[in-house]
Design a protein around this ligand. Structure first.
Ligand SMILES: CCCCCCCCCCCCC/C=C/C(=O)SCCNC(=O)CCNC(=O)[C@H](O)C(C)(C)COP(=O)(O)OP(=O)(O)OC[C@H]1O[C@@H](n2cnc3c(N)ncnc32)[C@H](O)[C@@H]1OP(=O)(O)O
Length: 351
């Protein structure tokens, strides 16, 4: 049997060299002298390489049906300009394009590996929360109830709109208010959840949202019957429920560590037109209520005689109008950040 030289393919990382020898069914001798099926059939194959820089003595090799994979560790970490000490590349040697990386890609690969390792180490150090299942179960139930409530509102209003047309605008409050009261009282929980660290978000955005909606629902609409049959109520309730029928199922899926891409996109995109529209509709309701509060004196503050009879609630409403747009700005910025964080995280996963 004659001794031949096999084709050898190589690639490197900062700490090691990979050699792939194209030999099928090879039996490798300790000295890297092997017998197997190469390009010229069953033979003995041998190659020797004078490496550019020193390497460690231990060499690992693994034979598969089609090739022999050899890993050699560099004595010092670093990037080599070439593999062999001699400037002219040996004829049997070629780059292994399946594993080939240039220096910056190899660094990136290394960094990713380190990041993964750090993450695993970090996660293994965090003690597992014994109440995690209970918390997720509670959040799931909360979101389910809200989803059902807002779905009922949305479907009811849509059906009434189809059947009654514009007439349905005028009695929205009387048909929907009870369920809306229920959902919005329950929504106070959304301020409590981040305060108790049950969800990973701040307290201020849900506080602004719950306060803003409940102020409108219970005070402007609830305390003034004349406001209740205005068409603006229809638009406010419809805008609120449109966003919520996507937001709550998104949270429900998050509770069971599931994601539905379309739903995620809707949850983090629909607010862009809906939030400003919602605040505009609410501002219209506040403006419409000002003369009514002036006239009825409901919620007006009694004043000492010297200052006049009472301070109309409409002054508070005028102040509130300005605060509303500040609230819109804070929440719009918050939602923009959340959207960016969500889609950046997804992009990273995809890469
Ligand atoms: C001091 C008081 C000041 C008062 C001032 C008042 C001014 C009022 C003016 C404003 C009036 C606004 C009134 C409202 C109008 C409308 O609603 S118009 C209709 C359109 N509306 C919207 O589009 C807004 C809908 N609401 C929201 O989007 C949110 O409620 C929020 C208020 C913006 C808060 O969002 P946030 O929870 O912070 O972000 P998310 O990305 O959704 O969640 C962050 C992480 O938390 C997890 N999570 C949150 N809630 C839950 C939950 N219930 N269940 C399970 N998990 C939850 C979520 O999954 C995220 O986790 P990660 O994925 O791990 O990040």
């Amino acid at each position: 049997m004659q001794t031949l030289t096999p084709h050898v393919y190589w690639a490197q990382r900062h700490g090691e060299i990979y050699l792939r020898v194209e030999l099928s069914d090879a039996q490798v001798a300790q000295s890297m002298h092997s017998q197997g099926h190469g390009a010229k059939g069953e033979n003995e194959y041998e190659f020797s390489l004078d490496f550019l820089k020193p390497v460690k003595a231990e060499v690992t090799h693994r034979s598969t049906q089609r090739q022999v994979n050899i890993t050699v560790k560099k004595r010092e970490r670093g990037w080599w300009d070439r593999l062999a000490a001699q400037e002219r590349k040996p004829l049997f040697l070629a780059p292994d394009f399946d594993r080939w990386l240039d220096e910056s890609d190899a660094e990136m690969e290394l960094r990713e590996k380190e990041e993964k390792l750090n993450k695993i180490l970090f996660e293994s150090r965090i003690p597992k929360d014994p109440y995690l299942g209970l918390k997720k179960g509670y959040l799931f139930m909360y979101n389910l109830v809200q989803f059902l409530g807002f779905s009922w509102i949305f479907v009811n209003m849509t059906v009434r709109l189809f059947i009654l047309g514009q007439d349905s605008f005028y009695d929205t409050f009387h048909t929907i208010a009870d369920v809306m009261y229920f959902c919005q009282i329950l929504a106070v929980i959304e301020v409590v959840n981040p305060a108790l660290r049950l969800v990973r978000t701040g307290v201020l955005p849900p506080l602004i949202q719950v306060f803003g909606r409940n102020f409108l629902l219970f005070i402007i609409l609830g305390a003034q019957e004349d406001m209740q049959n205005k068409p603006v109520v229809f638009f406010i309730f419809y805008l609120w429920s449109t966003i919520e029928i996507f937001r709550y199922p998104f949270y429900m899926l998050a509770c069971i560590d599931t994601e539905w891409k379309l739903l995620t996109w809707l949850r983090y995109s629909l607010w862009i037109p809906l939030y400003p529209l919602g605040v505009i509709a609410e501002a219209v309701a506040v403006i419409q209520s000002i003369p009514i509060f002036d006239e009825t004196k409901v919620l007006s503050l009694p004043l000492p005689r010297a200052l006049g009879t009472s301070l109309s609630f409409s002054y508070i409403l005028q102040l509130y109008l300005a605060v509303m747009f500040l609230g819109l700005f804070i929440n719009f910025r918050h939602l923009y950040k959340m959207r960016k964080r969500r889609f950046r995280a997804k992009k990273k996963k995809a890469n």
